[in-house]
Every structure is written in C-alpha cells, then in structure tokens.
Design a protein around this ligand. Sequence first.
Ligand SMILES: [Zn+2]
Length: 365
Amino acid sequence: MAARWHRGVTAQPSSYAESSGDLGPGFLTAPAYLTDSQIIREGGQVRDPVDIHPLLKGYEGRPAAAAARAGDPVNAPMIRHWCEVMGDTNPAYTGPDAIAPPTMLQAWIMPGPGGPVHRSPAYRELVGLLSTAGYTAVVATDCEQEYPRPLRPGDAITYDTVIETVSPRKTTRLGAGYFITTRTDLRVDGECVGSHRFRVFRYAPAGVAVPSAASRRDAAPAESARPLPVVNRDNAAFWEGVAARKLLLQRCDVCAAPRFPWLPGCGECGSPEWTAVEAGGAGTVFSYVVVHHPALPAFDPPYAVGLIQLAEGVRMISNIVGVPHDRVRIGMPVDLEFVQVGGGAGVDGEQLLPVFRARAERSAR
Ligand SMILES: [Zn+2]
C-alpha cells in the first residue's frame, strides 16, 4: 500500500517560523558558515545567493533523527479523532480488531507545536547552512508513504530519519533553492511498519535581499528591525500596490464581491478570476486591541492595532496612528496613509506599510 500527496496540500512558505523553529538557540551568534564573497553576487544588491550544492551534498545519507520514539503508542482515541476529522467511517478502524488508518502514519510521530524535538545536529547544520546562505523559506512539496503492515493499538513506534537526497539548485517562481528529501522508517519491535518520504523545497524568496555577513553579525543576537511581509504569488500584486502607495483590494470578476486579504479564489462564488481595485482610503475602526505585551524589539508598546472597516466593505488589520492608544475608539473615522519602516535585520532598503490615521486627530491639528 502506498500513498502520495503533492504540492499544495500543506504548503507553508514561512521563513519567519522556520528561522525560529529549525535553527535552534544561538544560531545567529554562531560563526557564519559562509563569507560574503560566497553569498553576495557581484554588483551590489544581494538578490541571488550562490549555489552551495557541493556543501549540501555532503549531508546526504546523514541522520536527521536517530532512534526516536513516538510520543504515544498507537491508540484508539487518536484513531477515533482522526476518523472523525477525516470523515472516514471504514469499519476496519473500530472494534476489538481495529487497525489504524494507514495514512495516519505521520500522526504517530509528528511533534507538537513546540517544534521538532528529534532533529539531529546534522539536520540542524544543513538548515543553518541554507539559511545563512539566504535560502530562508521552506515549502513542503510532496510526500510518499509505504505501509508494510497495519498498525494496531498498543504498537510502540520508534523511528529513524535520514537525509536522503539534496537536489541540485533549481530555479522556480518562488525563488531558487534545493529540494531536500528525508525518509523516515517506522518500526515496532524492530519490524518496519511504515516509511515516510518527505520532500521540502528550501529556497531564497525571489526579490528578497540576503543579509550580508557583517550585518548578520551586527544583528546578532537580537533582531531589532520590523519583520518584513512574506510576499508570495497570491499577494505579490498587493505589495506592488503598496510600493506605489496604493491600497489594492481584489474584486471578483464573476460576483463582484470585494475581498481582503488577498486570496486566490472568491469566498462567495469560488471564482479564481479577479481584478485589483484601489481602495479610496476611508475607513472606520471596527475593533481594536492595545498591545502591551509581549514587547518585541521592532515595536514600541503600548500601541493600537485596529481592525479597520474600509468604505469598500472589507476589513483589514493595521496600525492606528495619530491618536494616543488610549483614545482609540470603535467607530472612529480613519484615513489611509503609508509609512516607511526599516527593513528586516541586516536587510538593505525599507518597506512601505499601509496604516490608518485617526481623522479627528488630523482635523484637530
Ligand atoms: Zn465571486
């Protein structure tokens, strides 16, 4: 028995999450793996990290996890929850002779929100190497599983993961990077009960600058600049609009429903056809919070974060400026403006962001 899923099922381009989850504490203060001459292209702006495939190739065959143990034995409650969520009513998964749904394989060994707990030093090193060179983003692309025998409640699973292959550098619309394939073999009492081959694409997001080694050193360990937006194919046109000081919404070509934030399809009718329309900039505060904690280095609490009802009928989250945080009120009229903020740590250039200024404050000046 074998199963596959393909690109898009759990795709999560998440460079920020990844850089906190995979690298481990102290990564930024470790000696840089690469010098600027290795990662910076000739001619100023750093846009396209060099090919480090020869370095990455050395990780093939090394362990990503060794003799790790599943958090719980195979058990009926997890099977029941899985079947409920999946809507799978197959009778093989209930009763005294129940087996676990084969496609649950990864559920038995998946770490919690605390992150991967069984990653080996070799795997962390590989990810650190990629990140240092500018390949900071990750997207899961596909998965293959094999099920030599069914799992039953009581089975205690151990597993090993190996870094199977690192592809040559590939250029995609997301950016250039490497497909990293790992294979996990699951065992019960030494017997192989399943294997799980997982492929991710680790890439340098197209159009995002790579910090120089010097600025990485300066930035360590705290990153004090404001996090930059993650630009992808679905929202690229929005950020292009922002760069031109325009707040663009999507309007469905079929049912004319406006939408925000940017999504590939219409939430009303499902149509993938849309046209960008510029918002007039007028809005009201629909709701808001005042952030006191946590104090992030790039922000200066307390500050107000508003849910702004735009005149066009959609809402967006943004900062409310021009009024003390304790004078923000629901229903307060606000107007769009753009502010320039510093880039991410060690990143050249700046970023425009749409914010909303309290209208009352402006007229009072
Ligand atoms: Zn529609």
